[in-house]
Design a protein around this ligand. Structure first.
Ligand SMILES: [Zn+2]
Length: 342
């Protein structure tokens, strides 16, 4: 039997993780108790919840749990704590480069407006990064269920912090609400300001939604994008243009996008040459972090160590890491594979 290399020492980039969703479950419980907030069973004894987000009711339930989780983060020190713990967990998983998605709108009324909230998050990310030795640039994500004008505002704000901690612009929430092209202007603002375009697509809706991310939003990467696997032509386009799919297997199962992990088409995308960055999406709601996604690659999708190393390389190449940082991370992957990592 082949000897497997330990996955936590493999250097990787984590490109799909949401701010609130990255909170430790134990921290959620603790902060809720401290503030006398009641948590539903799905976030306490029945955690992690099994959701059915493929219908609107299920998605609504998911968003409701998300809102409850957000409500425990009521003071700036909670933001610092969350990001510090997230950085520690990333470091333990061998993640060396984390692009964390934040939507400051959900916290703006609490922390003194959009700009103050983003600055708070950026400062907390900087401190957490230094503390844990993980690079932690930020992606500002607009909410698809809100008005496109809100997205324009966020895009403008994000570009003011390009080169000062913000590296990308995203679009999250229910894909079935609003067309990608409604957010074309926001993404043009973001790209002109030097940010990467990283919208969610191809999670709840089919290949067409991935194509719209490419055609209408000029996406550099697609959040999830797994349903691109239903269309060989589209996979070819993603491969040709090296547009990365941020694949989050546990999330797909947690939200009912896939029945079982084995149904997530990771192997099909990989074999078609589509660059992949494995991601955890929302560990707080799905119960697992980044390392588990790499374990699934090995255990469920049958990736060899050489293929797993290639997954890590693809995550690094699809990140916003500078050339020198990228070279160093890629060398770490080679060392892991040749066994000179120790
Ligand atoms: Zn996501």
């Amino acid at each position: 039997m082949e000897m497997h290399r330990p996955l936590h020492t493999l250097p990787k980039a984590h490109l799909h993780l949401h701010f609130t969703g990255s909170m430790r479950h134990s921290t959620l419980i603790e902060l809720a108790r401290e503030q006398g907030l009641h948590l539903p069973d799905a976030l306490e004894q029945d955690w992690p919840p099994r959701l059915r987000a493929t219908d609107e009711r299920g998605w609504f339930r998911f968003q409701r749990l998300y809102d409850i989780a957000r409500s425990v983060l009521s003071r700036p020190e909670h933001v610092y704590r969350l990001l510090r713990e997230t950085a520690e967990d990333e470091a333990a998983a061998g993640s060396r480069w984390l692009e964390i998605q934040v939507d400051p709108s959900g916290f703006a009324s609490r922390f003194g407006g959009l700009t103050a909230t983003l600055e708070l998050m950026l400062d907390a990310a900087r401190q957490a990064a230094e503390h844990a030795g993980v690079e932690m640039p930020v992606i500002v994500a607009a909410n698809r269920t809100r008005h496109p004008l809100d997205a324009n505002t966020l895009a403008r704000l994000a570009t003011q912090y390009a080169g000062k901690g913000v590296v990308g612009f995203g679009l999250s929430n229910d894909e079935r609400r609003g067309e990608a092209r409604d957010f074309e202007r926001a993404f043009r603002i973001a790209k002109r300001g030097g940010l990467l375009a990283v919208p969610h697509g191809g999670e709840l809706l089919g290949p067409r939604s991935v194509a719209q991310c490419i055609d209408d939003l000029d996406a550099d990467r697609v959040g999830h994008g797994v349903r691109a696997a239903e269309d060989p032509w589209l996979m070819q386009r993603l491969a040709d243009r090296q547009i990365c799919c941020e694949v989050c297997p546990t999330s797909n199962v947690g939200l009912g996008v896939a029945e079982r992990a084995a149904d997530v088409p990771l192997r099909r995308l990989f074999d078609a040459g589509v660059p992949i960055a494995l991601g955890a999406d929302d560990p707080l709601l799905f119960g697992t972090r980044l390392l588990r996604q790499y374990e699934l690659a090995r255990e469920v999708y049958g990736f060899s160590d050489a293929e797993i190393a290639e997954l890590a390389r693809q995550s690094i190449r699809s990140s916003t890491a500078s050339d020198p940082a990228r070279k160093e991370l890629l060398k770490g992957v080679d060392d892991w594979l040749t066994g000179s990592a120790e």
